[in-house]
Design a protein around this ligand. Sequence first.
Ligand SMILES: NCc1[nH]cc(CCC(=O)O)c1CC(=O)O
Length: 322
Amino acid sequence: MTDFPADRPLRIGTRSSPMALAQVEQVTALLKKHAPDLAVEPVPVTTEADLWQGDLAKLGGKGLFTKRIDQMLQRGEVDMAVHCVKDVPGDVPLPEGLVFAAYLPREDVRDVLLFPEGSDRHNLADLPAGATVGTSAVRRKAQISRVRPDLNVVRLRGLVGTRVEKLDGKKPGPALDAMVLALAGLERIGLTDRARQVFTAAEILPAVGAGVLGLQCRRDDGPVAGLLARLNHDRTMREVTAERVMLHGLRGHCNSPIAGYCVTEPDGQLSLRGMVFSRDGSKFVHAHHWGENSNDPAVLGTRVCAELLRQGARDIIEGIPH
Ligand SMILES: NCc1[nH]cc(CCC(=O)O)c1CC(=O)O
């Protein structure tokens, strides 16, 4: 395999949010460890979704966070992209000609509850009936509403740092008593000290691909694919593959509350849980399988998906407006 040319920098297409830039820094450090002479050039891109503050589904779904970067990658204007796998749509194939050449080792997958600065509350139980909780994810809304139907869970978008400022009343927005975010995201922007209750996977089942960065490049770009492959974490790749195969099979849309979490047991066996919820969490289906005869991630993802569909996942998904 030919090496990536040493006479020009490797261009990384990225959103210009603090979280995205932190991710690129993390990847740059890893690349330099494997290829000390490599020059890296981040290429910041403003995506349509960054400019739009309304309901994402109305604009065309969460794929918009990646669409412009995908196009630049396809045209050869950048060499690679770093994506939160969680944000990569699971209802459509990857953009033509692009592949994930590597997944980085999975970080924390858990969601956390935050309170306004100075609050003496610590967990969900501290919130009075009718309290307002902000979250961006229908998956979190459904799971919170399931255990606390008395809470008022509202949709909230925007940069994670800005959302925390809204929680603190430092930016205009609805008055919030609490907020749910991903711990991994808070870590990336240095705000973990704001996390109060950390939900276990049993309390809030994580999103497919949570806590995983995927490194994307052109399928036919052997030198870059070869370079990125050196950073791949095999266990994470197997877990994410099982989760995403399940997600593809469910054919959910941007507003589908779907959770999927695969772990590797100490003996190497993959174990995948999937859940599909109605919007308020009052209806849900749950399936859990682990490799018995086969420990193939795609087979496992297909099995969990089939079990969810058998239990009525399709009706739940169709019952939710797009
Ligand atoms: N939807 C935005 C997004 N995409 C990835 C993360 C955090 C890191 C991750 O789980 O990969 C976040 C922030 C959040 O959900 O709070």
